[in-house]
Write a protein that binds this ligand. Sequence first.
Ligand SMILES: Nc1ncnc2c1ncn2[C@@H]1O[C@H](COP(=O)(O)OP(=O)(O)O)[C@@H](O)[C@H]1O
Ligand SMILES: [Mg+2]
Length: 322
Amino acid sequence: MVKKKLKICVLFGGKSAEHEVSIESAQNVIKALDPNKYQITPIKISHDGVFDINKIKQCDVVFPVLHGPFGEDGSMQGLFKIIGVPFVGPSVLGSAVSMDKDVMKRLLHEAGIPIAKYLTFRKGDKISYTKIAKTLGKIVFIKPANLGSSVGIHKARNEKEFTAGVKDAFLYDTKIVIEENIIGREIECSVLGNENPVAAIPGEIIPNADFYSYDSKYIDSESIAQIPAIIPKNTINKIKVMAVKVFKVLECEGMGRVDFFLKKNGDILVIELNTIPGFTAISMYPKMWEASGLPLPKLLDNLIQFAIERYNRENKLKVTVK
Ligand SMILES: Nc1ncnc2c1ncn2[C@@H]1O[C@H](COP(=O)(O)OP(=O)(O)O)[C@@H](O)[C@H]1O
Ligand SMILES: [Mg+2]
């Protein structure tokens, strides 16, 4: 008997600064999905957020290859849950808390996971550079709380840059975080799984600019990816253990890429967790799995199975009182 192929919807594009990156990632995912196992329906979301929801209803599993708010922040995941279709990657809660840099940091701090010193401000708050510089140092990073791809992120070295950076960050969100400037190497680690997640071999990003800005990520992307990261074995182990812990603390399932700073003195700080990491030909998440012995087609098989496993598990839960 011929086994029925699973119908996979690959969702990409979207209302996001990372629209084009998402298209590139989706093309790579579609190319790597085994045609003997899957029947693939690509669905493009337009720049203004329009797409055919009915097509999603007809598929067995949806693979959102979307980045930033509207795709990665739990709202899309909520839609999948309401429709009743299994989906790849973290669910509503994990997506939402990982997207919000302020909530994410509060949860990590509570779990004893080391992070950069930071302060959170909302629109209308009094924000004094002099006061902040006393706590965080003169050089700070200003970030919109809910965004990605370094959009709206500023490194401020003085009051003038600070004022301009805060103003710009508030264009993207009503809440911002301001962090101390960390000097260290940027190490990333891929995590995969539901209840028993595992970490891949970490990699290192060496930005071609002062920091890993939007331009250095996508415009003049001369940044270097070093996989595996050339770091001591015990540091690799520490990072892998911490990546899994971060993944669990942030209520993630399926996949997540945890980004770190490794300081000269050996200290490891968590920067963030990305719930839908890039899947382009040069993206770190799949490359780190490849280096760990899991090539992209097999990684995608796993992600789809984890989506189905979660869906079945959640479906078994009692929804009546008796
Ligand atoms: N506290 C910090 N100190 C030094 N560099 C930072 C700090 N925070 C962020 N960066 C730089 O900015 C980049 C983007 O920050 P990140 O928090 O990862 O935002 P995004 O979610 O937009 O990727 C990082 O990859 C790093 O190069
Ligand atoms: Mg980042």
